[in-house]
Design a protein around this ligand. Structure first.
Ligand code: IFM
Length: 514
């Protein structure tokens, strides 16, 4: 017993020790996947080609919300996918995470399948397989067909559940012989907060206020309604996969959630419990129903009848509906206690959860994301300790840089190299501490059309000049570093604040060029 206690007490030290180590690719389990990710609207282009119709993301981008509106061409992966698969192979990626554009595959949202859409995704998947790169497919990445938004209000209507299930059915049927990892929804929690509470993301619905540009919506009820329908749609698609396809195709299906890692703004007990509450509820809003069958009690208490209820049948449908958790993580935020007694009438999600978030960088002109030591370890620990240590794939993690600067400064992206090295080191620490992490996807493969900033900022391993008619892909230092890491030729100092980064060795800019 004493020995056990000593061992338990020593665990944090083991993590600390691991974090001071150097590491290489081979320190990860042999079947641990390293990949890169994109999403359909951000990368494909060909927005109105071959029968594709607009999604809510197109509408959002065309409504003057973005700094520029050229996503119609994006990186033109629709025409350049072969080149992109080649650069993935050169880098040594094990896997590529991308999303299927629902309105390219089924232009009317339901009904006939577009043969051109089918052909495109078949070609992309076949090419990936040919190079031994696993396709990891997301079904919804902020891009519900606009036609369904117009017809019945999209995710706020229960009708979306059946349409999403049918779309998923087409994907499983057509691509499931080769795709073994399916994610139903990308960052479901941020999609509803951004799209239905703040009105800052597609479909831009929120309560009207002097600062919002929403033409419809209700920030105090629609985020919960949309989330409820997302959960039912997710679970219906998973049940379909499990009953009709999983045994034959042998794949896995999960959902993707965004984690913030809230840290207390001050060391008061109020802020400390606000940060704990924020971390628990922002994940638990989706993961509690999925793992335990219902929303967290605290949400029910604070939100009352604005929070929809699951019937027994629905709760049974949702409970257990994942084989893995997809996780998006970028950096920590401060949380400050914000009790209901201090609030006005307006209710949004964070007010309901009784906290305010505050950026840890107090200068809005700073674009690069701070590297927050141990943040990812905390998030992975929370998942491990709360949700039964389900398999986790880190689906998005990456550094933002300004895009409007010169190509040379874009390509010399040391801050991105440092970011990847630090966070991949944190993943290793978590693995050593018992986390069930199975893979890591760098966000993003290319400089794409960014969700909030259009072409002002980017996350790519490869640089693209939007004004270049050929949209030439040029490897950045981060691509070189990632490739060297994947080929086992770079030794990294995990979590080292000074981060000695090595780049020389076999992957050169020339060898990685498109
Ligand atoms: O580009 C986005 C992505 O579409 C969703 N997650 C966050 C990324 C970076 O902003």
């Amino acid at each position: 017993m004493l020995l056990l206690k000593v061992l338990i007490a020593a665990l944090p030290l083991i993590v600390q020790a691991a974090s001071g180590d150097t590491f290489i690719r081979d320190d990860f389990p042999p079947d641990f996947l390293f990949g890169a990710a994109t999403s359909a609207y951000q990368v494909e282009g060909a927005a109105d080609e071959d029968g594709r119709t607009p999604s809510i993301f197109d509408t959002f981008a065309h409504n003057g919300n973005m700094t520029n509106e050229l996503a119609d061409r994006a990186c033109d992966q629709y025409h350049k996918y072969k080149e992109d698969v080649e650069i993935m192979a050169k880098m040594g990626l094990d896997a590529y995470r991308f999303s299927i554009s629902w309105s390219r595959l089924i232009p009317n949202g339901r009904g006939p399948v577009n043969p051109k859409g089918l052909e495109y995704y078949n070609n992309l998947i076949n090419d990936l397989i040919r190079y031994g790169i696993q396709p990891h497919v997301t079904l919804h990445h902020s891009d519900l067909p606009q036609v369904l938004e117009d017809e019945y209000g999209g995710w706020v209507s229960r009708r979306v559940v059946e349409d999403f299930k049918e779309f998923a059915d087409v994907c499983f049927r057509e691509f499931g012989d080769r795709v073994k990892y399916w994610t139903t929804l990308n960052e479901a929690n941020v999609f509803v907060i951004g799209g239905y509470d703040w009105g800052l993301l597609p479909p831009q619905r929120c309560s009207s206020s002097p600062v919002t540009k929403c033409s419809k919506g209700n920030s105090s009820s629609e985020p919960y309604l949309a989330a409820h329908n997302l959960l039912l749609a997710h679970a219906s698609a998973v049940t379909l996969y499990r009953t009709k396809y999983q045994e034959k195709q042998g794949g896995h299906v999960g959902i993707n959630i965004f984690a913030f890692d809230f840290i207390p703004l001050t060391n008061t007990s109020e802020d400390l419990s606000a940060s704990e509450r924020a971390n628990k509820l922002i994940l638990g809003w989706f993961l509690n129903p999925i793992v335990f069958g219902d929303y967290p009690d605290e949400m029910r208490k604070n939100i009352g009848s604005r929070l929809p209820s699951f019937t027994k049948t629905e709760s049974d449908l949702v409970k257990g509906s994942i084989d893995f958790i997809g996780l998006n993580f970028y950096y920590s935020l401060y949380a400050q206690d914000y009790p209901r007694s201090f609030q006005g009438e307006d209710r949004g999600v964070m007010q309901d959860m009784e906290f305010k978030y505050i950026d840890i960088v107090d200068d809005p002109s700073v674009i690069e994301i701070p590297i927050t030591p141990s943040a990812l370890i905390r998030v992975l620990d929370l998942l491990k300790n709360t949700y039964g240590n389900l398999p986790v794939y880190i689906h998005e993690n990456g550094q933002q840089t300004a895009r409007s600067c010169s190509p040379e400064s874009s390509i010399n992206d040391w801050s991105r190299v440092k970011y990847f090295q630090a966070y991949i080191g944190q993943v290793l620490c978590s693995l050593r501490n018992g986390s069930n992490v199975r893979g890591y996807f760098a966000w993003s493969l290319l400089d794409m059309f960014e969700l909030l900033t259009g072409y002002e900022t980017s996350y790519g391993l490869y640089y693209i000049d939007v004004n270049d008619p050929n949209l030439t892909r040029r490897p950045k230092l981060s691509a070189q570093w990632y490739s060297n890491f994947l080929h086992g030729t770079v030794k990294c100092d995990s979590m080292d604040q000074k981060l000695t980064v090595q780049l020389e060795t076999n992957a050169t800019m020339e060898s990685l060029a498109a």
